[in-house]
Design a binder for this molecule. Sequence first.
Ligand SMILES: Nc1ncnc2c1ncn2[C@@H]1O[C@H](COP(=O)(O)OP(=O)(O)OP(=O)(O)O)[C@@H](O)[C@H]1O
Ligand SMILES: [Mg+2]
Length: 330
Amino acid sequence: MDTEIILQAEGLYHVYESSAIDGNVVALRGLHVKVRPGEAVAVVGPSGSGKSTLLKCLGGLMKPSAGNVSFQGKQINRLTGPELVSLRQDTVSFIFQDANLLPDLNALDNVAQPLRHQGASAIDSRKKARALLQRLGMDDRAGGMPSQLSGGEQQRVAIARALITEPKLILADEPTGALDPITSREVLSLFAKLHEEEDVAFLLVTHSREVASFADRSLELREGRFIAQHGEDVDISDLSSTRALIIDETGTMTLPPEIMTGLGGPGRFEIESDSNEQILTLSRLEKNASPAVKGVKLILAPVCPACKHVYFDEVQECPSCGSSRPMVPE
Ligand SMILES: Nc1ncnc2c1ncn2[C@@H]1O[C@H](COP(=O)(O)OP(=O)(O)OP(=O)(O)O)[C@@H](O)[C@H]1O
Ligand SMILES: [Mg+2]
């Protein structure tokens, strides 16, 4: 396996088992991911598309139903407990969607704790922790207990905690989700500095345009599959302009909504392909034609079916509740 890849996942599937009436939830449907050292990758997609599930599986916090995850060529399910712990301490840090601080330690000691774990002295660990908290505008709250801190303050403590061990890879789930725009920008500029000057790799889940534009590329997740990859400076409110379609290793392709619109909506298609020219031609089979072919044109829904948000842009996901935007007859 390529050791020039810091994080690699192959064929990740995850099913949340449930005995409830609505049954099991298939959250990941065969994902392949590669992150190279120093690369920043954003994962974007609507609420419920599987972003947090993916991150937890990648971080070894949850065992995927199927598939492998490797850090620097080492498959994590083949490591012993202590090996996994030391790999995590040396290489990877996490920033969760909810801060996950140790409730009995104040902000400063929460930040210092991972270094203490690695055997650093209390004085050195605290000194470094204080410097990080200062950079995140939290020096005056260093003595606060997690329960006394606001959501955004807790998030900043979690970020400082993740950075203190100088990881080579940071997995972050909505790292600026609870921050105001100014603090969020501070955090991003700190990330950008680590990325540019210290070659730290990032895999970030985000709904934020600014966070996504910090990344070298963005992977778009929908219903547990990557449907597209986007290049630098992606505008996540209009992913269509930079979209590169992905056909995954299982041969599954999920069409982005505007291509669906172009095709005239769902239906059955005959496929002609020329493997040399890598061209795929879809011809609609009339007898199973969708309403589009019967003379009804399908358009992107003008109103979100979930929260009734009125769309005024060509966006594909509801900016208000994150639902996927369906197609409806015109
Ligand atoms: N513990 C769980 N048990 C059962 N289903 C779950 C569980 N956690 C998540 N799911 C389901 O799995 C799917 C993916 O959830 P996930 O949390 O990964 O989404 P997400 O993309 O992170 O969403 P958000 O943007 O809202 O954080 C959703 O349908 C969700 O309801
Ligand atoms: Mg999530």
